[in-house]
Each structure stands twice: as structure tokens, then as C-alpha cells.
Ligand binder design. Sequence first.
Ligand SMILES: [Zn+2]
Length: 237
Amino acid sequence: MSLTTDPNDPKLKEGQKNETGQHEIYLVLSEEERAKGFIQPVRNSYVHVGRKIEMKGGTIEPLPREEAKRYGDPDKYVAFLRYPESESPLVGKALTQEEVDNMGKYFGGCGAVTSMGQALSETYARDPKFYGATYCTGCNKHLPVDEFVWDGTNQKVGSIQEIKEWPKDQDEPHSLKESFKKEIEDLINRHSLENGSDTPDFILAEYLTGCLENFNKTLQAREKWWGREINHKVEEK
Ligand SMILES: [Zn+2]
């Protein structure tokens, strides 16, 4: 197995073909990008817990065979989970028998713990949504990241959570924002860009950082409203 930091590396397409087993090559963020700071702790192993369907305050209704056809194979879906008004615009979800039997619980996971190298772990820490799927040593294949939790936690792989207690040997994430702001400040200063508005560089840096944060927040709020996830995945073939 090898690593590349080039998303256009021709070996990536070739090396991610096999459905089982590890890929020959994985994409990671460059050292420079990782050095900008982590927004989640660096974690090296995850557990395959499987999927979990949440009721979200909804009700389970029978799904007539005629209607089940709309979701594909009518033998596969047996019920419909109808979400409450609060989940709108989402209406609900067709359920398989296995999903009905395991509502609110993890199921289908093999329980294996998979460990990975530092570059991959740091890529997750810098950009938790970088990968859409990850390898399970127990199943010997790649599966969606939300079937896994970080070992020793309840946090799903690929999720961003407020971390109450950061590992003692790791830098806390606000240093990322601070270092970014400092660089902007220096840049404004170097190009004398504060002259245009007669505003001190540190106030301009604060303003620009605020713009970026506001943009991120707005985009996330919009995507959440539409039930979409902001995700840029490594292409899985
Ligand atoms: Zn597994």
C-alpha cells in the first residue's frame, strides 16, 4: 500500500479498483496542508459498529407491496418510517426487515478494530469529511465511514463534533484560526492593504476571518436545511 498527495495521480484510479482487500494507493492531504492544524483530534483506529437508523420521533407504518416497488425491489422493503413535521422537507424512509428489527441500534458491523498510519489519521483530523469510505480489516473491504466509530468513543468516523476534552498531547483546534488570522494580518501589512480603508491590519484580519466563518456557517445551515451533506469524497470505483 502506498500514499499520494496528488488527487490527479494516475495510480489512484488504477489502485482503487479492487472491491475487496486494501487499495494499492490512498490519497492523503499534503504535509503542508496537515500542518495548518487539526479540527478534530488525531485518532489512529476505528471500530466497525455498523449502521444505525434513528426514529427521529417518527412512526413506523406498513408498506404495501405496490408502494414498496417505488423504492426498488419490493421484497426488500417491508415498512416505512414516517418522520414528524420537524424533519421536513424529509418525509421518511423505506425500511428493510433488518432495519425494523434493529431500530435505534447499531447492526451489521463486524466489530473489528482497524488501525491506520499517521498520514491517514492526520488527514481525517485536518478534514474529517475527506473520505467517504474506509477499509475494514474484519470485512476486508471498504465501507461508508458512518459505519465506524473512533475506537474508545461514540463519535462516528467522518463526523465533526465539539470535543470537550482534547488529548493532552495534541494541540487544540483554535490555534488553527489564530495562526490563519496572524498570517492574514502579516499579508495585509506586507502589501499595505490597510491604507485603502485606514483600518489597522489586525481589525481587517478579524473581519476577513469572520467573513470566511460566516460563509462556512451559512453554507452548512443551507445544506442542513436541504438534507444534504457537505462532502467531498475520494472517488470509489
Ligand atoms: Zn467490518
